[in-house]
Design a protein around this ligand. Structure first.
Ligand code: BGC
Length: 359
């Protein structure tokens, strides 16, 4: 028996060695294209470098491109990835509806496509989707506003005044961020407990092209002028912002209108961008959502590996994300509430940022 076990162990070890060498050999000849929307927003820089580092560590060659938020640039970068022999494409789209044609070429060449963070719409070529639970992002933001503004104990005689900002209309995620937040807040709007003085509560009215900080700032400046918001003017209790880049624009406009940390409206956000954490520490943003991009990147590497080995990629949601051609099997990572109360353990102890980066 002992002899049998020794022989078995030795055979397994040899097999293990053989397979791991085999896989490594495989991976190193496989090129993966990683297409990110822009370098301008902090998170995509981080996502891009995490993906590259983790894919390379797993033995893949990586073609990482950033598209300067320009749709034709992203399309031509993807085209190049296909013609230069990438076997898998990982794409965070600028506009999820703009890639159908170029991805047809991917489909024809049997290049596998993973939609990264943002769903790519109307394309059969998309095999998998890796993202965060985007609806939950919205409900965490909405629940936060309900609690902070004590909405459950108010009536229409004692309302709060709020404006709304979400992201790019071509980003499918806003349906979930804004939709999730609105599912929580709409009953209060309907009952008059929340008043939106501009009346701009529809997604299209609250949208911000390219999630641009400057665009959000301009719109907030206009809202301040037309509604006379200010520490000495009309009351503004909160601004719902779907993410940190829009929150930052809103914060800039409110600072210019004379608000200070002492009387700052409540501002929501998402991503725990460095600038947002700094604003939270200064008292000019109230909360954010932490989405650990290292976890997302490692899930995508697992997906790529499984695709290359012909096994089943990790998936935990098969009903939420329909891209117009059917539901795309997805892996949803967990978003986490972030604020001055927990940023140390969330961001510093976990090694996401150093203390110095937040100074
Ligand atoms: C991402 C957010 C990000 C936004 C702007 C969305 O698709 O999910 O994390 O803040 O794009 O870059």
């Amino acid at each position: 028996m002992k002899k049998f076990l020794t022989v078995l162990a030795a055979s397994l070890a040899i097999c293990g060695l053989f397979f791991s060498c085999g896989n490594k050999g495989n991976a190193s000849s496989v090129k993966v294209g990683v297409s990110m929307p822009t370098k301008d927003l902090q998170r995509w820089n981080q996502d891009g470098s995490n993906m590259k580092a983790q894919l390379e560590k797993a033995g893949y060659k990586v073609d990482l491109q950033f598209a300067a938020n320009d749709i034709p640039t992203q399309i031509s970068q993807i085209e190049n990835m296909i013609t230069s022999g990438c076997k898998v494409l990982v794409i965070a789209s600028i506009d999820g509806t703009a890639l159908s044609n170029v991805l047809e070429q991917a489909g024809k060449k049997n290049v596998q496509v993973i939609a990264y963070d943002r769903l790519i719409m109307n394309s059969k070529a998309v095999s998998y989707y890796a993202t965060f639970d985007n609806y939950k992002v919205g409900t965490i933001q909405g629940d936060y506003l309900v609690e902070k503004l004590n909405l459950k104990n108010r009536s229409a005689k004692d309302p709060v005044y709020m404006e709304f900002f979400t992201g790019d209309p071509g980003d499918n995620n806003i349906n979930f961020f804004f939709g999730g937040a609105m599912d929580v807040l709409k009953p209060y709007l309907d009952s008059g407990v929340i008043v939106c003085p501009s009346g701009q509560t529809a997604k299209a009215q609250a949208a911000t092209l390219n999630w641009s900080t400057e665009e959000a700032q301009k719109r907030m400046e206009n809202l301040i002028t037309s509604n006379k918001y200010g520490p000495k003017g009309s009351k503004l209790d909160a601004v719902y912002c779907s993410n940190d880049s829009t929150a930052n624009g809103v914060t800039n406009a409110l600072l210019a209108a004379g608000y200070t940390a002492e009387n700052f409206p409540i501002i929501t956000g998402q991503d725990c961008d460095i600038i947002a954490v700094k604003n939270m520490l200064k008292g000019t943003q109230s909360m954010s959502i932490f989405k650990d991009t290292r976890t997302l990147a490692s899930k995508v590497v697992e997906m790529v590996d499984a695709i290359m080995k012909g096994s089943n990629p990790p998936v935990n949601d098969t009903k939420t994300y329909d891209n117009g051609t059917g539901v795309i099997p997805s892996f949803l990572c967990e978003p986490v509430y972030g604020s001055v109360d927990n940023y140390k353990e969330l961001l510093i102890d976990s090694g996401y940022y150093t203390e110095d980066q937040l100074k």
